[in-house]
Design a protein around this ligand. Structure first.
Ligand SMILES: C[S@@+](CC[C@H](N)C(=O)[O-])C[C@H]1O[C@@H](n2cnc3c(N)ncnc32)[C@H](O)[C@@H]1O
Length: 217
């Protein structure tokens, strides 16, 4: 996968993806006050910062790209940042028996969630723990799909297409270099098969996006 730009460039280039506030994922678990929170692929730290603001006792932000991690998150005493891939962090931390009350992954689960990792995830959660993520629920087409729109007076173009089970996505904003990224298509059926053995699923469908609340069994 191609590297992400620094977090300030990312926020401008992917402006449309900021329409869902981090708080809307946090709401699904009720209160995070006094709880231990893991923010996987946390990027700039918008969800980690919100969890810290809401009184989480400790927040661990994991992202494989240090330049995607925002300074406010790095400087927040309640947030510990770990530059690592989800796969390596989960496999190494499970041995240390680290546990969290809540695990979040906003707009990034398609990079890493698979049957093997799903089997480790529940071990990371305390009893009654919850894993929350959002993802898209419509299979992208093989023929490249072009979306053009304007935001803040700037022109944007997105091109997405599927090759096998890999989605390729090009993000363009006028005046900026483009960004190309690739991730897995995870169908609702595959997600249910991989998560059902470990979690009770509650899925909220909002058009082309789904919000998953996975309660540890
Ligand atoms: C679309 S951004 C989302 C960032 C943040 N969650 C948000 O909603 O603003 C995806 C993030 O996932 C990170 N990422 C992608 N694959 C990863 C992996 N395997 N392990 C850790 N981080 C990963 C990228 O570096 C990037 O910061």
């Amino acid at each position: 996968m191609e590297q992400y730009p620094d977090y300030q460039t990312y926020e401008k280039l992917y402006k449309r993806f900021y329409s869902r506030p981090a708080g809307s994922l946090i709401e699904l678990v009720g209160s995070v006050a006094g709880k231990r929170v893991l923010d996987l692929c946390g990027g700039s730290g918008r969800l980690s910062l919100e969890a810290a603001r809401l009184g989480a006792e400790e927040v661990v932000l994991v992202d494989r790209e240090e330049r995607m991690m925002g300074l406010p998150a790095k400087l927040n005493p309640r947030i510990r940042v770990e530059v690592d891939t989800v796969d390596s962090y989960i496999k190494s931390s499970v041995k240390d028996k680290k546990q969290f009350d809540f695990i979040f992954c906003q707009q990034a689960v398609n990079y890493w969630l698979c049957e093997e990792i799903a089997s480790f995830l529940a071990a990371f959660l305390r009893g009654g723990g919850v894993f929350v993520f959002n993802t898209f629920n419509k299979r992208p087409p093989e023929k490249p799909l072009v979306k053009e729109y304007q935001l803040d007076g700037d022109n944007f173009v997105e091109v997405s297409w599927l090759v096998g089970d890999i989605v390729h996505h090009v993000q363009v904003r006028e005046g900026m270099p483009c960004h190309l990224t690739s991730f897995h298509w995870l169908s609702p059926e595959r997600l249910a098969r991989m998560l059902n053995p470990y979690f009770l699923l509650d899925v909220k469908v909002e058009g082309g996006a789904s919000l998953y609340r996975c309660l540890k069994k």
